[in-house]
Design a protein around this ligand. Sequence first.
Ligand code: NAD
Length: 354
Amino acid sequence: MHATIVTLPGDGIGPEVIAEGARVLRAVAARWGHSFSFEEALMGGCAIDAAGDPLPDETLAACERADAVLLGAVGGPQWSDPTAPVRPEQGLLRLRGHFDLFANLRPVRAYPALARHTPLRADLLDGVDMLFVRELTSGIYFGQRQEQGDGDDAWDTMYYSVPQVARVARVAFAAARGRRGQVTSVDKANVLAAMRLWRRTVSGVAADYPDVTLEHALVDACAMHLLRNPARFDVLLAGNMFGDILSDEASVLAGSLGMLPSASLGTGTFGVYEPIHGSAPDIAGQGLANPTATILSAALLLRHSLGLEAEARAVETAVEAALDAGARTADIAAAPGEAISTSAFTDRVLDGLA
Ligand code: NAD
């Protein structure tokens, strides 16, 4: 197949990890006979410096022409003034909003080889393989607010409509069908009206997926079970804020921020794929970054935007094989001498794809 992929390296370690993600995609194209064309564009702090805008019009136009976007990370100390009128993360929000990317998918797996990097007992990590489906464009982060930092009060509104909940619930149920067939919907229906609507709507959508088991969990109990018994979860469906918090909590199960990929999807096949970590300015430019999160994001791109399931699985298997064989970047190394560079790690993944 032919596909056009836009890469947005961004700032800090972004360019380093995107280079590795693109190498893996090129290797997939060569091995399976696909033709991927790549276009690189500016986004984030580097785009502010070059064009005064974190998401220049040319970048947006390139994304519109593409089948998918592979994004690194944006931000850094030189653009970190929270009161500055133009900031790198505004580019991210505008990109998501422009393409109405309402579903954020974050797979979390625990790799037995990395158990010592998590604060949990190794036996609790056995079989941990979950997928967060987080609503990304509504909820309390987008509701009406009164925001007066110097006033005596302030408020935010958690708003959800039935169509907003139903469309992200469908993404979760469809994903569960390709996995272990179980959805845990997270809410706070005992207290919040918007969450009672959430629960009612998810239950209604479940009727269209009789082969998938649905359970409802209150967010506070779910936060506890995620650490007490993480292996019991398959797909976790959550609103914007609860999904944000719980998926960060679950990220400790993977051993490093450098391990976790994400996909942001709308109604079509177009998607934006990015590691969940930031631009890591503390290690930028030193070949220390773990490219796994970006390589696994490239696998999600193959799966969700290009429909190349076998190729996506092959990349995921190659990552696991490299880890099992002892390949370690500095963040997941047991001892400093064990660590290999960003590109040497990717070489080991590519060995598994050959
Ligand atoms: P961060 O994720 O960049 O880094 C946190 C810690 O994890 C650092 O010690 C870093 O070295 C390490 N780390 C992160 N990714 C790694 C990788 N792939 N390999 C090895 N180690 C890795 O978070 P931060 O330090 O809070 O933020 C730094 C900058 O990134 C800030 O400007 C922030 O706004 C931005 N940020 C961007 C995004 C995004 O683009 N989506 C997300 C979070 C933070």
